[in-house]
Design a protein around this ligand. Structure first.
Ligand code: ADP
Ligand code: MG
Length: 479
């Protein structure tokens, strides 16, 4: 357990005792007390005089120790000290636990005006410079998150939550979208912002690690520790919850953690690679909880946003890349931001290692694999219509039939080909393609693509038809 864990348990113990004894009694005795730190077996408290120390000790020592034992699942003793120092305004207990804010040398995201920056508290024994959050990447901030029309809504909601965690109607907050579109970055930006501007206990964890931890605790028979770790926090960020599908035990546990946090207005944020409705192997009650607050989806960025992201990322490097190369990359790498970064890293690496300027020719050479992918199309909606038109013309169906509910063999085949082509030449995820083709499941799209790929290996006629359709689409794009 870290010092932070102890502080969190301490805070919770104080909160409970305050509730039990009432505000007056609590503030009379406890406001004179300061939490000064913890070891594995002991929590240190200090008092301004022997009067307070002795009174609190005789009246509350056992009560506090019992409370801590219940919350932490293990016994700790209390040590009572007198602290002699110049009189200062002694803040109430909940405030004494607050760590000083980050010094200005850190790149703290600029504070929106509504957040009040608290002055550092005087805490001689445990005074420490606020450290970056150990589970969050320091560079996943709002400042580094380029906003475009694809993520505008999501980013604004994330900022609103960061300003008032737990108290907005955006609780829980679910960000979903395909791979590399910025879910983790945005989630961690929320965490970083809250971390630097408040004294909150924040946990960020991938669903996979969450599951591993859970399994570990079951094996070690330490479930109370697992529960307490997640129940007494202010912000819970769980990344990629689709990973918990099929795992009833952890879903059950998450359900209880969720309720405990939600009921006490603590902020919960999830990311997922698909909409909640598609989390089929999720218990109904957990699925309904996850979708209770605000759900936003991240779309692939359009050309302008891709260009802006490249420009922003380039500022972190010392190499110069000509405008025309930046536009080439922005045009060609349309899948997601991770790929965009990958292309940029390749070019920057080349420039740094080879020491030559990056011309269009160099870029084409270095990004052969990436640039060889199908012709980029800048508006993501148009190509789907082109695919649908070309496929329906080829198989003599109407576009509506292709998008509709009919399931005759011929139309299913044509629809599968249309899904396959849409997947190949647009930026849509399986989920989105499913929606376009009559609100079908993303697994249906996956299955369609696999089937067409399989058939392509053995059916030259199909291959020819698909090539013909592609040519039609390309001609329509060009025209
Ligand atoms: P996901 O979790 O959706 O798979 P990530 O959050 O890991 O995606 O993003 C992939 C990469 O792209 C990360 O390095 C991230 O910093 C970067 N990135 C994503 N969205 C943006 C954005 N809007 N502006 C700048 N960088 C971004
Ligand atoms: Mg991620």
């Amino acid at each position: 357990m870290t010092n932070g864990d102890y502080q969190m348990y301490w805070q919770e113990a104080m909160r409970q005792i305050r509730e039990e004894v009432g505000e007056n009694e609590f503030s009379f005795w406890f406001s004179q007390m300061e939490y000064i730190g913890a070891t594995d077996t002991e929590i240190g408290l200090s008092f301004p005089s022997s009067f307070y120390r002795d009174m609190v000790k005789s009246r509350y020592k056992t009560r506090i120790e019992n409370k801590l034992k219940t919350i932490m699942g293990k016994a700790v003793s209390l040590s009572f000290e007198i602290m002699t120092r110049p009189p200062v305004r002694t803040p109430p207990v909940s405030d004494t636990m607050r760590m000083p804010l980050a010094p200005d040398t850190h790149s703290v995201p600029s504070a929106p005006s509504t957040i009040e920056r608290r002055p550092p508290q005087l805490m001689p024994q445990i005074a420490a410079v606020k450290q970056p959050h150990s589970q969050l990447r320091g560079d996943y901030t709002f400042e580094r998150y380029v906003i475009g029309e694809n993520n505008n809504f999501a980013a604004n909601a994330a900022k609103a939550i960061s300003l008032n965690p737990g108290t907005t109607k955006y609780n829980p907050f679910l960000i979903y979208g395909g791979v590399g579109l910025g879910k983790t970055h945005l989630m961690q930006a929320i965490g970083n912002y809250i971390h630097w501007h408040n004294d909150c206990k924040i946990i960020y964890i991938s669903a996979e690690s969450f599951l591993n931890e859970f399994v570990d605790c079951i094996q070690k028979n330490s479930m109370p520790a697992f529960r307490n770790k997640y129940r007494f926090i202010d912000v819970l960020l769980i990344d990629d919850i689709q990973f918990l599908q099929d795992k009833a035990g952890i879903q059950n546990e998450l359900f209880y953690i969720f309720n405990a946090l939600y009921d006490t207005k603590k902020q919960i944020v999830f990311t997922c690679d698909r909409p909640v409705s598609e989390l089929k192997q999720f218990s109904d009650r957990l699925r309904s909880r996850v979708g209770l607050g605000l759900t936003v989806d991240l779309q692939p960025p359009n050309y302008e946003t891709r260009y802006a992201i490249l420009k922003a990322k380039l500022q972190e490097h010392s190499v110069v890349i000509p405008e025309e190369v930046i536009s080439l990359v922005a045009q060609s790498v349309a899948t997601n931001i991770r790929d965009l970064e990958g292309a940029l890293t390749t070019l920057v690496g080349y420039a740094e290692l080879v020491g030559k300027p990056i011309t269009i020719a160099v870029a084409r050479q270095q990004l052969k694999g990436v640039l060889a992918s199908p012709a980029p199309v800048s508006t993501p909606h148009a190509p789907v219509e082109l695919v649908i038109q070309a496929v329906s013309a080829c198989f003599s169906f109407s576009p509506d039939e292709l998008r509709g509910a009919k399931r005759s063999r011929k139309i299913v085949e044509a629809r599968q080909i249309a899904m396959y082509l849409t997947k190949e030449i647009t930026e849509y995820t399986n989920t989105e393609i499913g929606q376009i083709f009559g609100g079908r499941e993303h697994s249906t799209v996956m299955h369609a693509c696999q089937r067409v790929e399989e058939q392509l290996r053995s059916n030259p006629q199909l291959e020819a038809s698909i090539e013909k359709i592609k040519t039609d689409i390309a001609m329509n794009v060009a025209g």
